[in-house]
Ligand binder design. Structure first.
Ligand code: DTR
Ligand code: ZN
Ligand code: ZN
Length: 316
């Protein structure tokens, strides 16, 4: 959903200008890139919320959670996989064992692009066992899914190769993402030009935090937010506490977004972003109340659009 037209309108104007300038230059030299500088689509937040409703139903039907080794996890994975398969993705389920239970990662490759330059976006799909995990991390999972579906709807053919991932057993200690990275050959690891992580992006009392990691990725997210006129801060609530950490350890450039967990929002942060000072960003963090009611729609909307913006910008 488009809440502000400012950066998108100016981006469109810039594309139009570039097209005019190049079409009047060296005969026939207007390049494909100039004419088609693909703008990221606006991600419909209603679609993202519909995925959250489905993940909530899955938890409710499976003992109230979507945790590693429980039936709600596999049902969540099957839901995401079916959407991706129908949209033309090549999907792979990677199986592993942790704490004596089978876990699963889901990897979805968008056919095409230069497979020597892979742009990855991912999120953990498991919840803790104490609740349905809708902000943590239905939010990231749904935004990444809807971005992948938007790639298909747009028929986007980026220069680089796109790969999306949903990790298992993050809540047991980044188990699925570490398993994926450890099982990549060094050749295939070196082909990953960046990994974007989305874990908790719709917190009910949100902050707008950008990981302070790879400078180009960080700048991409900051540019998006500057276009909206929304201030950001560097993420400091536990560097290395999500699935980007194994990638970073392996030397892959990483970045991501976060709207806050149990830390308290300050008065200065309320002055920037609104919300309630002296209260956690997410009072339902790792609790049974992390339901579809535990989502700030504005944060979910902005961050879903930011996922798509970064995927497009970093892959074209
Ligand atoms: N790892 C998350 C929560 C979390 C805490 N700090 C950060 C920083 C960046 C991303 C996520 C987080 C969880 O799943 O519980
Ligand atoms: Zn968690
Ligand atoms: Zn999480």
């Amino acid at each position: 959903m488009k809440l502000s037209v400012s950066w998108r309108a100016s981006a469109a104007a810039a594309v139009a200008t570039a097209t005019l300038l190049t079409s009047g230059s060296i005969a026939g030299a207007a390049s494909k890139t100039d004419v088609e500088a693909a703008a990221a689509p606006d991600i419909p937040v209603a679609n993202v919320k519909a995925h959250l409703t489905q993940l909530q139903s899955i938890a409710t039907a499976n003992g109230g959670n979507r945790a590693h080794g429980r039936p709600g996890y596999k049902a969540s994975l099957d839901y995401v996989k079916a959407k991706l398969d129908a949209a033309g993705y090549t999907t792979t389920i990677q199986q592993f064992t942790s704490s004596g239970r089978t876990g699963y990662n889901l990897i979805a490759d968008w056919p095409g692009g230069d497979t020597n330059q892979v742009v990855m976006a991912g999120s953990h799909l498991d919840s803790v066992s104490s609740g349905p995990g809708i902000n943590d991390n239905g939010s990231g999972s749904a935004a990444v899914l809807e971005t992948a579906l938007a790639v298909s709807r747009a028929g986007y053919q980026p220069t680089k190769h796109l790969r999306f991932a949903w990790w298992g057993a993050e809540e047991l200690g980044l188990v699925g993402s570490r398993y994926y990275v450890n099982n990549l050959s060094s050749t295939n690891r070196a082909k990953i030009s960046g990994y974007l992580n989305f874990d908790m992006i719709g917190s009910p009392n949100p902050g707008y935090f950008v990981y302070d990691d790879d400078p180009a990725i960080e700048k991409t997210f900051k540019d998006y937010y500057a276009g909206l006129g929304v201030a950001t801060e560097i993420e400091t609530e536990g560097d290395g506490r999500s699935d980007h950490a194994p990638f970073k350890s392996a030397g892959v450039p990483v970045g991501g977004l976060f709207t806050g967990a149990s830390r308290t929002k300050t008065a200065a942060q309320v002055a920037k972003w609104g919300g309630t000072s002296g209260q956690s960003f997410d009072r339902c963090y790792h609790s049974s109340c992390d339901t579809t009611s535990n989502i700030n729609d504005t944060a979910l909307n902005r961050n879903s659009d930011a996922v798509a913006y970064a995927v497009w910008e970093l892959s074209e």
